[in-house]
Design a protein around this ligand. Sequence first.
Ligand code: HEM
Length: 420
Amino acid sequence: MTRSSMRITAPDPCNRVRLEDIDLADNALYAQGDPHLAWQTLRAESPLFWQNRSAGEGFWAVTRLKDVRRVLSEHETFTSEAGTAIAMLDSPDPAGGSMMQSTDPPRHHEYRRQLAGRFSSHAAASQAGWVRSFVRKTVEPALDGGVWDAAAAFTRLPMAVGARMMDLPDKDIDPLIHLAFSSLAPGDPHFSQGSEQETALAAHCEIMIYFEERLAEVRKNPADDLISHLLTLSVDGRPLTDDELLVNCLSLLLGAVVTTAQTISAMLVQLAGSRDGEGRWPRDVPLDSLVDEALRWSSPVNHFMRRARVDVEMHGRTIRAGEAVTAWIASANRDEEAFARPYEFDPTRSPNPHIVFGTGSHRCIGSNFARVMLREAFAELMETTESFTLAGDYVHLLSNEIAGFVSLPVRFRAARRPTP
Ligand code: HEM
């Protein structure tokens, strides 16, 4: 169990961690420790840092916004086809070149061009009413003032939206959430079954079997859902193979499920302030501006990874062709060169050049949907709740990739309704 109030801190600028004590691969750093002090030290002292691992291949780490942008977007220099996260360091990415996220342009552009309409701002906005009523039903049981697990409840929102897009039955929502977290946070005791690799592999296999069955059904009765749409894609002048279809269903599921709700949980923690504090929504700021700052503040994805295709010079050091380079998005979102008062939560912040959805050709395809979910969730919570308090220890996800919550007990005070 990893209770912590340490995850999002404002480290003293004079404080530092010894570089040799930093272990960016250690899941515990993100659940019990303080990654912000480590990232602050790296940005100041070692903007291109070589991370040794006790077992397995080491990797480079960039932590400044400018460098994170470069690594994520320069696909001619840094490939996505040989693993996109630390978890993939020790074995070749089996989905390299077949899953959209693990495919480089120009092939990658073919995927994005044909999927763009499904993920457009218009498509996302058309779901706002449905999202709002889902949030309303989700929050309703909490309005009686009892202790309520906000992390568990809100995790169902992005999965429900994903299920709606892919036309998956409601009964599959909870099992798929469990599988998605087992796959992306296999070291967390709530999800692990054996070693991290065994847990992730077992979850991947189950998800693939699940989608194999769905694909067979959809082939018989194609409709207007996302899976039916995947069946119509043509890449390299041919339809996707079964393997390509399956890994892309997996990727869409994982992208959708594990990230968005973390921003809602992080907001509740931030606004409540402390165990004894009473959280209130900032009601006098534009909702979009609140959403952006909430995204920057929570940064649900800590890092993504690339591999150098050629030797690259950065900060006076050489990244050799073939070496792995991690881009620390959550650190870039606190870069003191890019953000004034980076450790201050300021919902009026403008401009807010955060990089929470990545950048370049792989920039998050689901960002419009994530924004709609957050806007509707915040709007509903502002309307129905007066204030809230933390009602017990919250538990962070044990993961170096996803900055998340496993549970977050809160107590809401319902807004007083005008008497009819
Ligand atoms: C706050 C919520 C979210 C965050 C912070 C987030 C973050 C990211 C980031 C940083 C990337 C870039 C990956 C890279 O450069 O390798 C990405 C890509 C992706 N995201 Fe999201 N995401 C979120 C929500 C979603 C949602 C709701 C979906 C699905 C509906 C989704 C699906 C994807 C997919 C499929 C990709 C791969 C895109 C590509 O390679 O072209 N994400 N996401």
